[in-house]
Design a protein around this ligand. Sequence first.
Ligand SMILES: CC(C)(COP(=O)(O)OP(=O)(O)OC[C@H]1O[C@@H](n2cnc3c(N)ncnc32)[C@H](O)[C@@H]1OP(=O)(O)O)[C@@H](O)C(=O)NCCC(=O)NCCS
Length: 170
Amino acid sequence: MSLELRALRADDAGGARAAHAELAAEDFAFLPFFDAEEAWDAYLARITRLSRGEDLPPGIVPWTDLYGVVDGVVVGRVSVRHRLTESLERVGGHIGYGVRPAYRRRGYATALLGAGPAVAREHGIDPALVMCDDNNTGSATVIERCGGMLENVADVADGRPKRRYWVPTR
Ligand SMILES: CC(C)(COP(=O)(O)OP(=O)(O)OC[C@H]1O[C@@H](n2cnc3c(N)ncnc32)[C@H](O)[C@@H]1OP(=O)(O)O)[C@@H](O)C(=O)NCCC(=O)NCCS
């Protein structure tokens, strides 16, 4: 598997925008704070500032994104939030990830989530909270393959019970 993990770049616009559209159809926000009207370079500059904690909206914490790239094509991403909020404790957790439909079942999500703990550890997180919908069999398998220990399945306001796992980061 030749999966490269890195930050988004100027030449990723096409693949990343396509990934965003594909995952939006599954109710998953691939590109954070994405605005389709905005020029790509401006988006990259804005998201870099926000992720570092500059000019963040209330309730949003700094985070690190790593994008999975195969042969120059953006195929997935993992996000590590640098701390939990009350909202992230209920939905989202420390680490989230998604893979484009055409690139699934190749181990990319396992590799993406597998890269998350080292980033989380840099921010003093151990263990990391990782969550998925109770009926998301694929995601639950990925989390368990990455060492996730199931704490509980919690009912939340959106009516989709969440499996709450803790993944050690060291
Ligand atoms: C869930 C998701 C991340 C899995 O991505 P992926 O790259 O296909 O995952 P992997 O290839 O690493 O899968 C690892 C294992 O999980 C299991 N798995 C993955 N998708 C599955 C599915 N749809 N049904 C059943 N098992 C599945 C398989 O056992 C798989 O291993 P195998 O292919 O050797 O059998 C992807 O389907 C996705 O992005 N979904 C939409 C967004 C999402 O749900 N993100 C997670 C939110 S917490």
